[in-house]
Design a protein around this ligand. Sequence first.
Ligand SMILES: [Zn+2]
Length: 179
Amino acid sequence: MAQYLLPCSCGQSIPISPRQAGQEVDCPACQQTLKIPTLGAIKQLPLAEGTLAAPTAREAGSTMAKRLGFALLAVITVASLTTAGIAFYRAYSPDREGQSAQTVDDFLNESFERFDGLPPHELLILWKDYQDPGHFSKQIQPMFYRDLLRREAWKRTGIAATGIGLLCLIGAIVLARRS
Ligand SMILES: [Zn+2]
């Protein structure tokens, strides 16, 4: 709705709308209470700039919806990127035994490095362990593959969370630019 400028004796002009006809308004500059004239007299006043027009209810609602959307997207962005950080940490950090192997080759290399540092009598114990039929396939192999699958699952979670986080970040930026 169009707004008009009601002049005050202090020199300030107060934007008013025709629906305020007959009411009173306080001048923001001098606090003087001014009587707003009748509708006919208001229409004789100079028009306020478009920027001074009060937002309509629909505009206010749309601004509120954008703010809510932005807040929601910001929260999801932070939550997703935090989840991604935790997931990638769990995928790549060493386990309780210091293993951080991502592939079977990595696992073998890490094991060989460990053997290199062992004194001969411990190597002999290990050798006997490995000669026990089925030791590797029954104990070490399933443990290792469970670990590998667990790391793969964390990686997938991390990638998905990163994707969701980035999409929401872009959405939030687009919303912020539009309003
Ligand atoms: Zn005034």
